[in-house]
Each structure stands twice: as C-alpha cells, then as structure tokens.
Write a new protein. Structure first.
Length: 183
C-alpha cells in the first residue's frame, strides 16, 4: 500500500484526536510509523493500525475505515481541488474515479494498486457501484463516498448489497443521493 494512504490516516487521526493518539496507535500496532508518500508498505501495516484504532477509539474496524474515508475527503479536496471543482455533485465525481482520478494516482504514485470500480444505473435512478480489491477495504470506499457527498452538500443513502467479506466475488453498493430521490 502506498505511503500516501498512511499519511492520510495519520493526518485524520491527528486532526481528530491529537498527536499522542497517533503515536499510541503506532505503539499498539508495533509499527515505527515512518511512512513516506511515495513509499510502498505492507498492507498488514494498515490492518494493524485499523485494529489498534478500533481498540483505542472503541469502534468496529469497518467503522474506523468509514471514519477514515470521511475524514480524509476534506484533506483530499484541499490537496487536489481540480478533481472536485470539475463536478457540481457527488454522482459525477464518483463516476470520474476510474477514468480521471485513478490514472492520475498511478502517475503520481507509480505502482499504486488501486481498486476497480464498475458503475451501472439502477432502474429507479440510483447508482450501483461495484468494488473489487484484494485488500477488501469496502468500508473505506464507503467512507470516501460519504465524505464526497458531504463535500457536495448532499445526503447519500449507501446500501451494501454484496460483500467480499461474506464470500461474494465483489462488493456491490446501491447509492442514492438527495438529487436521486424522487425520480
């Protein structure tokens, strides 16, 4: 996993809970915590940090990942405003992930292993989003979607229909946004 993800987690933890909490998470996870944005680190390091945060913050690991995704979004908006300013709502922003955002991520962070998303329109106007990744960080993807919706001032109804953690080959989410309701 690229160091930039660890850097984002560190920043979210420090902003929400202070420097001491980040240091304590590193200690409890048994990690040194010297992550450079362009470096690559074992996925297990992220798992250890999520488990340490789960215990320290009294949250389920999936809730830690969702919290992280939501908290990282304002940081990403600040660092990469062009990705966000090109859109006026959450749906088109999410649809840009495969074609615009992930190719740029691969340019800036060579070797980045990004998840694969597929999108389909549901008959009722909702967006069906399929997620595939060997890391199975579907809760983080949910947090990013929720954070994006908050950025655009929208409410999102997020339904996790299928999940790799339950043995499904991919996760399938049903997303409806405030602008989608009533269609």
């Amino acid at each position: 996993m690229k160091g930039v993800v660890f850097n984002l987690l560190e920043e979210v933890v420090r902003r929400s809970h202070g420097e001491d909490t980040w240091d304590a998470l590193l200690d409890h996870a048994g990690l040194a915590g010297s992550y450079t944005s362009l470096g690559s680190y074992p996925d297990e390091d992220m798992s250890k940090l999520v488990l340490a945060a789960s215990r320290a913050l009294a949250m389920a690991p999936a809730d830690v990942l969702r919290w992280f995704g939501r908290g990282a979004m304002p940081i990403l908006v600040q660092r990469y405003p062009n990705f966000f300013s090109a859109h006026t709502s959450t749906r088109p922003f999410i649809l840009s992930v495969n074609d615009i955002i992930h190719p740029e991520v691969r340019k800036v962070y060579p070797g980045a292993d990004v998840p694969i998303f597929d999108f389909h329109d549901a008959p009722d106007g909702a967006l069906l989003m399929e997620y595939q990744s060997t890391r199975k960080l579907c809760a983080l993807a949910q947090g990013f979607v929720e954070g994006a919706a908050a950025h655009y001032g929208e409410a999102v109804n997020f339904e996790h229909l299928n999940c790799m953690h339950n043995g499904d080959p991919k996760c399938v989410f049903r997303l409806s946004f405030a602008s989608d309701r009533g269609r």
